[in-house]
Design a protein around this ligand. Structure first.
Ligand code: DON
Length: 340
């Protein structure tokens, strides 16, 4: 009995070792076939609805859908609406967490924000009260992301904003600088009473590191940056490429900080659906209420998708299905090929 368990364990480890060390990337034709297949398979899916708590997001055409794979050596495979600019929303959060790690350290991020998944919705106030010793809980929920913005080291609000925009632009490596969708900013900032409550609560508990309304302005601007699915894929490919943008070759974060960032994305990138996501797709990822999602196959490539209709947890239905499908077809889940 003991022998057979040991044998199974050795075989399992050998398989895992083989998968992570020796697996060759698919051929370009296979990548292209899969983005086309994912697009075709889910383009008629009508489930979910556009986010409406940020009023202007109801106006994004719901049928838009794009799927992109970007590899660590800068090759890009696309299907559908991959150049439409939508608001990045929460997909910005891991990248500003990366900036905090770069300016300070992963230890500071853990000590001043926390890295624990909440199991609660992304805009939860309850999480802040429930996990009192976990700071603002983690940088991928609204509370932790507002705190992350306030933790960026700068001498003024303008400098803090410029550092955040420059950092996200460096991850995207776009030849045209990224800009804020001002109508999205206005729509969110004038209705962000829930986030304002969060910022004030954090300030009250000394877990916010700038004046609350300043953090609100910078955080809301960050969420309103316009990106395309193509931009998101390159941002993810920069993480797959250990922090070096595959197009510009610029190092955007330290290679040794990438595993910590991917760990947070794996445990909290889909909010209270993160367990379900890792169980079925097996990839660190981040979603946003604008309809974008980026997932990372560590050391290899990124898969991004965009479509505005969201499920109850605030995750794009078509985008999550497309990425999960590609992950499953390629068998690239980080713990080994996922069964679904
Ligand atoms: O603060 C908010 O509510 C939005 N700016 C971002 C939330 C978000 O994208 C959640 N993602 N699924």
């Amino acid at each position: 009995m003991k022998t057979s368990v040991a044998t199974v364990a050795v075989l399992a480890l050998a398989t895992l070792g083989f998968t992570s060390v020796q697996a060759a990337d698919p051929k370009p034709k296979e990548f292209q076939r899969l983005v086309d297949a994912a697009y075709a398979k889910f383009k008629n899916l009508q489930d979910g609805k556009n986010a409406d708590y940020i009023p202007i997001l109801t106006k994004t055409p719901s049928e838009l859908f794009g799927v992109v794979i970007a590899t660590r050596d800068g090759k890009i495979y696309t299907a559908g609406d991959v150049d439409y600019k939508f608001s990045i929303q929460s997909v910005s959060k891991p990248f500003t967490a990366a900036l905090v790690m770069t300016q300070q350290s992963p230890e500071v991020l853990d000590a001043k924000i926390g890295v624990e998944p909440t199991g609660l919705p992304f805009n939860s106030r309850l999480a802040i009260e429930t996990y009192k010793d976990k700071r603002s809980v983690n940088p991928l929920v609204n509370a932790g992301a507002i705190a992350a913005v306030s933790l960026v080291q700068a001498n003024s609000e303008a400098e803090r904003w410029n550092l955040i925009l420059q950092n996200i632009s460096d991850f995207a490596g776009s030849p045209v600088p990224l800009t804020v969708l001002e109508d999205v900013y206005d729509s969110e900032y004038t209705t962000a009473f829930g986030n304002r409550a969060i910022a004030n609560l954090l300030y009250n508990y000394e877990r916010l590191y700038s004046e609350p309304e300043e953090a609100m302005r910078v955080y809301t601007r960050q969420c309103s940056i316009g990106v395309s699915a193509r931009d998101l894929a390159i941002m993810g490919a920069t993480l797959a490429n250990q922090g070096v943008n595959p197009l510009t070759k610029k190092r955007v974060m330290r290679a040794e900080d990438v595993p910590e960032l991917l760990a947070i994305m794996a445990t909290a990138g889909f909010y209270d659906e993160s367990g379900e996501w890792m169980y079925t797709a097996g990839l660190p990822a981040k979603t946003g209420v604008g309809g974008g999602i980026v997932a990372v196959v560590p050391g290899r490539f990124a898969i991004a998708a965009f479509s505005p209709r969201l499920n109850e947890a605030g995750n794009s239905v078509r985008a999550l299905n497309a990425i999960r499908f590609i992950s499953g077809e390629l068998g690239v889940g980080v713990f080994g090929p996922n069964p679904m």
